[in-house]
Design a binder for this molecule. Structure first.
Ligand code: PFF
Length: 504
């Protein structure tokens, strides 16, 4: 059967941008930037983008384009170890979508509650109490939270409807899910900037603090942010580019994806911090006091800021809907790209029917995600996210750049790219991919592992306050099982391989 193809180049770029621009851009980037040196954070951010993000993105596009298969099948061209790497990346994406979908579930819930600004007065109590019904610790699951469960079903149905017919339906959906959030964030940013105190928010977001650059954590934060937000190191970009026509451009597509992705991150920062500036001014606090990390920012602090806006009930609802529709449309194409990466990997290796594989992955994904829809689910989400993100992805990116780029002969990679692309890469690309990137990424990886272990040992990291047993299960065992599954999958014989060995 001939391979599915993107309808045209624009659709491919939109799908790649859709995968990249997601929740990571909307709430992680602004906060990470603000607390890691503000404007000065842009230095490590761009160093990470240029030395790791773009080279790995181009490399993943090359791998998918050249070998025309999901990550494991493509990387199997470099032997069993290559295929293990491909499965590892794939299973990491699968693990991520099982909790990413739960965050999307909260977004669905908040869309509903935006009509009444139901969190008004106690946004923290509303999120942790009424929505999550959070228990006292990870070992107390406490049954399902019904609102989360309903949101979760809606999320998986949306994922199914989008990808049931492969890249063709994806192509129709990404036109909306990429353009709309950008428009909404732009409107939120512009209206946010008119508010009193907005500039204090923006100052907090972007005022450079160069002294932070000597702290290694700032650098690991930048690399982590680039990998996650650009969706590289997950095999998803390999799967997506495997549906490209053999004659498609690579460099230009990669640059467009990377630029658009960073653009969405900056824009989200303006939307969020202008409003938080207003909130700080109207409650007599500082922006630093009101802003928090991750989940709390999007589901507690920002909603609270909305409930304080001087626009009346209808205006607040419009603002809230704008924000949550932006999150929904940003997140959904990232979520289904993670499923696509997994089902492409499985159907390519085992020669399974694509549609049935997708349904299978969605069903299993839904069942696993139920863990996080329990009342203790947030704890598990937090732990799994921390370890898969901190180590899993950097490891894949590092090996891709160190080993795969070498096996493909760095110079040949460049020639391959230049043959099909409008923008020609010079010798600098060989030096970057061959030397600079692996060295820098290697250092970052070692330092990330070192700081994380030291933090846990010295208890200077709040993760240390989780029961050790939960950290071992959600961190170490989860990573080991992912790795073990990757090794096992390599030894499953595919139909083609069986036929070949029978012939021989
Ligand atoms: N890049 C997405 C975000 O920033 O939210 C998350 C993501 C999607 C990561 C797809 C990895 C991936 F393969």
């Amino acid at each position: 059967m001939s391979r599915d193809r993107w309808n045209n180049r624009l659709v491919f770029v939109l799908a790649a941008v859709g995968s990249a621009a997601g929740l990571g851009n909307a709430w992680c980037f602004p906060y990470v930037c603000a607390t890691n040196g503000g404007g000065a954070f842009l230095i490590p951010y761009f160093v990470a983008l240029i030395t790791a993000g773009i080279p790995v993105l181009i490399l993943e596009f090359v791998i998918g384009h050249k070998f025309q298969g999901g990550a494991p099948t493509s990387l199997a061209n470099f032997g069993k170890a290559g295929e293990i790497l491909g499965w590892f990346a794939t299973f990491i994406s699968f693990v991520i979508v099982t909790y990413y979908s739960v965050i999307m579930a909260w977004v669905f819930d908040y869309l509903w509650y935006s009509f009444s600004i139901a969190w008004e007065g106690d946004s923290g109590g509303f999120f942790f109490g009424s929505i999550l019904k959070l228990t006292d610790g990870p070992w107390e699951l406490g049954g399902f939270s019904i609102p989360v469960l309903i949101g979760l079903v809606l999320t998986w149905i949306s994922i199914y409807l989008t990808i049931k017919d492969g890249v063709h339906t994806v192509g129709k959906v990404v036109k909306w899910t990429v353009g709309l959030p950008v428009l909404l964030l732009f409107i939120l940013a512009v209206s946010g900037m008119t508010l009193e105190g907005a500039m204090d928010g923006i100052n907090y977001y972007l005022t450079p603090d160069f002294s932070k650059l000597t702290d290694f954590k700032v650098w690991t934060a930048a690399f982590g942010q680039i990998f996650f937000s650009l969706s590289v190191g997950f095999g998803v970009m390999i799967a997506y580019s495997s549906y490209l026509d053999k004659k498609s451009d690579i460099t230009n597509n990669a640059f467009m994806t990377a630029l658009a992705n960073s653009g969405v991150s900056f824009l989200a920062g303006f939307a969020i911090f202008s409003t938080l500036g207003y909130m700080a001014a109207s409650t007599g606090s500082t922006v630093a006091e009101v802003s928090t990390a991750g989940v709390g920012l999007a589901f507690v602090v920002y909603p609270e800021a909305i409930s304080l806006l001087p626009f009346g009930a209808i205006g607040q609802t419009i603002f809230a809907l704008g924000f949550f529709i932006a999150l929904l449309t940003l997140g959904i194409d990232s979520a289904f790209s993670l499923v696509e990466g997994t089902s492409t990997a499985i159907s390519d290796k085992f020669d399974f029917n694509r549609k049935k594989t997708t349904v299978g992955v969605i069903l299993i994904g839904f069942v696993v995600s139920l863990v996080y829809a329990t009342k203790g689910g947030l704890y598990w989400l937090d732990i799994v996210d921390r370890y898969i993100n901190n180590f899993g992805i950097l490891v894949v990116g590092f090996i891709e750049i160190l080993v795969i780029a070498r096996l493909m002969k760095v110079n040949n990679v460049r020639e391959y790219i230049n043959e099909v692309s409008d923008i020609k890469l010079g010798k600098w690309y060989t030096i970057l991919l061959g030397i600079a990137s692996p060295v820098i990424l290697g250092i970052v990886l070692v330092m990330t592992a070192y700081t994380e272990i030291m933090d846990l040992v010295n208890k200077t990291n709040y993760y240390a306050s989780y029961p050790t047993s939960a950290l071992i299960l959600g961190g170490l065992i989860m990573l080991l099982v992912t790795l073990l599954a990757s090794v096992i999958f390599v030894f499953f014989k595919t139909k083609n391989a069986k036929e070949n060995s029978e012939e021989a």
